[in-house]
Structures are given as C-alpha cells and as structure tokens.
Design a protein around this ligand. Structure first.
Ligand code: AMP
Length: 211
C-alpha cells in the first residue's frame, strides 16, 4: 500500500517479540525504510573498522554496545537513508541516554510496544534463524522455503551467537531494566500503542495496521 502520510515509528519489545519481522512488513507495506541498529552493528562487526570489531565483543555476550558508537551510527543513518518520508526504528533507544538524544533528533508519530513474556521470548529465540542480510526466520513459525537458506538472498541461515540461552537471559534482563521503562515517555505523549506479540505474525501486523 502506498500512503502519502509521514510515519516515524519506533518498535519496542523484548527479544523475540517480532520487532524486526513487523518492521520489515511495515517497510514493504508503507514503502519506508527500516533502521535496525542491531543489523547495522552486525554488519560493522564483520567489517574492517576497529570500532565494529569492538562492538562485536559486547554483542556476543549480550551486553549493550557503548552509547557513543550506536549514537554515531544512528545519526549517520538518519542522514543517509531516505527518512524524510518516514522510517521504522528498531533497536533504539535502549537506555535513558539514548532516549534523550533521540528526542532532540526526531519527532515520532507512532511507538509500538510489542510484548511477550520472558518465557515465550526464550522459547522463540531458541529456534530463531538469522541471515547475514538482516532477515530473520523461525524454524517453526516462519520457516525458510528451502534448504535452511534465506528466501531473499539464498545465503545459509545461522543461529546468532547472542541468541544462545545465556546471552538471551542477559539481554532480556537489560531490556526489562533499561529499555522497557522508556515507553512511559511515549505514553505521556500519547503515541504509544501496546501490542500483544504472542499472536501469529499476520495477526500482530493486523493490529499494527489498524492503528
Ligand atoms: P538486536 O538485533 O536489536 O537484538 O541487537 C543485537 C545487539 O546489538 C544487542 O544485544 C546489543 O549488543 C547491540 N545493540 C543493538 N542496538 C543497540 C543500542 N541501541 N544500544 C546499544 N547496543 C545495541
């Protein structure tokens, strides 16, 4: 669907809630780009820059990458991507400092808080399959069409190192402690929408689209 309105969107939610999946559907449906800070960091992590390799060490153990690094990355991408007609931000802000920076940079129109329980998150991530192109699949809920390869670029899918149980538990803890409280800020602005992420992919998207 093509739509002339400007949508500046954030997706919040614990690991495995389906932020990336929903962001991708919005991207296609509304023709606006996704900025996924996690994907940008994963690209940098296998690149040549020193900061990218340093970031990789934080990511591997499920910790947040230092603010300076992610902030610079975000600022660069907000400028470079075609964001004037809107965009979907996934994976930012993740703490209060990042929220403070973001409020200076962008006025958002919609914030979707996609929630699932920690138990469901751990269960989902266990069978999550990722591609180096940034796409995500799931062994049972969203399986690739053929040979455990990406439907889009045909690269072999893999299990992310930080999707292993110890790192996932750490990431969930950080999410509940540092990231989830940030939604209160957007609630006050009356642009926050709580979404039940425990449903199927298309059902969740139907909720988002209604809004
Ligand atoms: P994600 O793909 O969103 O799950 O992010 C994967 C990992 O990238 C996180 O566990 C962090 O190590 C790092 N990361 C992503 N976004 C941020 C952020 N806004 N601030 C700090 N670290 C981040």
């Amino acid at each position: 669907m093509k739509n002339k309105k400007v949508y500046k969107i954030i997706v919040f939610g614990p690991q495995g809630a389906g932020k990336g999946t929903q962001a991708e559907i919005i991207e296609k449906d509304y023709d606006i780009p996704v900025i996924s800070v996690g994907n940008l960091l994963r690209v940098a992590a296998v690149g040549k820059s020193k900061w990218g390799r340093k970031a990789a060490a934080y990511m591997k153990r499920g910790a947040l990458v230092p603010d300076m690094v992610v902030n610079n990355l975000l600022i660069e991408h907000l400028k470079a991507k075609n964001c004037a007609r809107g965009f979907v931000l996934d994976g930012y802000p993740r703490n209060l400092k990042q929220l403070k920076l973001l409020t200076k940079l962008v006025k958002f129109t919609h914030v979707f808080n996609i929630n699932i329980s920690d138990k469901e998150a751990v269960k989902r991530i266990k069978d999550r399959l990722s591609c180096s192109c940034g796409r995500v699949f799931h062994k049972f809920f969203n399986p690739p069409k053929r040979d455990m390869r990406c439907d889009f670029c045909r690269e072999k899918l893999y299990v992310r190192e930080d999707d292993r149980p110890a790192a996932v538990k750490k990431r969930l803890k950080i999410y509940r402690r540092e990231t989830e409280p940030l939604v209160a800020f957007y609630k006050k602005q009356e642009i926050l929408y709580d979404i039940d992420g425990s449903k199927g992919i298309l059902e969740v998207y139907r909720e988002i689209k209604k809004i």
